[in-house]
Design a protein around this ligand. Structure first.
Ligand code: PHE
Length: 378
């Protein structure tokens, strides 16, 4: 822009010639008309009305004109800018209206679409299986008890008569929890805390919490350092049962087991016991149930082999026995007055043979294609 200067007295300034102003105005109007959307219009707005636009520059030139020429030039430029601003506002309104109409169509919600066709979730078959088993005992008057998964070694082992040097403690399959001070290493097990390796510590907790007689059933998650494969998982589920009362015998244990398998698998089911050892039961036994699939018919019958029990006729369920008097004593129960029985078994295995699940990984992966066929059991 030229500064006012007495020696400078141009008759005409190029940028302020009427035909130039008209051209600037017409270019602006054409650019607005051509803008097809608000972004392009914004660009045209900056180019034709902004501080560096031809009309703005022309406006500034007015100051450099001799006084007698200022009024006419001012009117010319003012009218052109007025026309440009008006056209801009009109086009802005038009394009906004177009955008609003388009958004209304694009974002329209069809309120008549069905709203209630979301598939309802289903509970995991392990959960329903555990509850089924627990229900058998709840209906007999047992109470459902729970204990922590991060458990004191004392409950997981000592209270259950595993001596300090019992191999089960050191066995590779216990997860030891690192001490809070972080100094104990996780293999050393010196923190005194483990991830429970079975649900049996709940036996000790239940006996300490309650006065005999005690009848509890305890479903829960347990941990062992197994690799995940078709038949192992480091996190699995057990269900534990404990009855402590006056005069309980192994016959009560056997009758309870038979009742359980009959409730779950049919009236013709039965169990058998085989000698075994657990530190917390004496005597101890391994419990088998009649094969759920062949009912024993495959035994000695090569024409009808059974994959579920490998034609053995029996399926191993878990461990059981009469509560060791040392456990009763450790938990403040008088073994002279009371006796008890207990058993525990894995739910994953039961789900496998009851539903022909061949790979345990299916149970932990959370794929709904596995869960869905179990239906909406609650
Ligand atoms: N806790 C034992 C296990 O995990 C099973 C068991 C429970 C055995 C109760 C006897 C009595 O193998």
């Amino acid at each position: 822009m030229s500064a006012p200067n007495k020696s400078y007295d141009p008759v005409e300034v190029e940028a302020l010639k009427p035909e130039e102003i008209e051209r600037m105005r017409d270019e602006a109007l054409a650019a607005f008309a051509a803008a097809g959307d608000l972004d392009t219009l914004q660009e045209a707005k900056v180019a034709h009305t902004g501080g560096a636009s031809p009309l703005a520059l022309a406006n500034r030139e007015i100051g450099a004109l001799p006084p007698h020429a200022k009024a006419a030039a001012g009117k010319l430029v003012g009218q052109a800018r007025g026309a440009v601003n008006k056209a801009l506002a009109t086009r802005q309104t038009e394009l906004e209206a177009e955008r609003d109409a388009r958004v209304l169509v694009e974002e329209a919600v069809d309120v008549t679409l069905p709203h209630d066709r979301v598939p309802a979730g289903a509970r995991h078959p392990l959960t329903t299986m555990m509850e089924r088993v627990a229900d058998v005992f709840v209906s007999m008057g047992y109470e459902v008890a729970e204990g922590p998964e991060v458990e004191a070694e004392w409950f997981n082992f000592d209270a259950l008569n595993f001596g300090p040097d019992h191999p089960a403690r050191q066995m590779q399959d216990t997860f030891f929890v690192q001490g809070a001070d972080g100094t104990k290493d996780s293999d050393g097990g010196e923190s005194g805390v483990v991830l429970r390796t079975h649900t049996s510590p709940v036996q000790a907790r239940a006996l300490l919490d309650r006065k005999a007689p005690v009848y509890i059933v305890c479903p829960g998650r347990v941990y062992r350092t197994d690799e995940l494969d078709a038949t192992h998982t480091p996190v699995f589920h057990q269900i534990e049962l404990l009855a402590v009362d006056e005069g309980l015998t192994m016959a009560d244990l056997k009758g309870t087991l038979d009742h359980m398998v009959q409730s779950l698998f049919g009236a013709d089911m039965k169990t058998r016991l085989r000698p075994n050892f657990f530190p917390f039961t004496e005597p101890s036994a391994e419990m088998d149930m009649l094969c759920y699939v062949c009912r024993g018919d495959s035994v000695g019958n090569p024409d009808r082999p059974c994959r579920t029990c490998s034609s053995e006729g029996w399926i191993e369920l878990g461990g059981c026995g009469m509560v060791n008097p040392r456990v009763l004593t450790a938990c403040g129960v008088d073994p002279e007055k009371y006796s008890g029985f207990a058993f525990g078994f894995g739910i994953e295995r039961m789900l496998m043979f009851r539903h022909n699940v061949e790979d345990m990984r299916d149970m932990v992966e959370g794929d709904v294609r596995f869960t869905r066929p179990f239906g909406m059991e609650i």
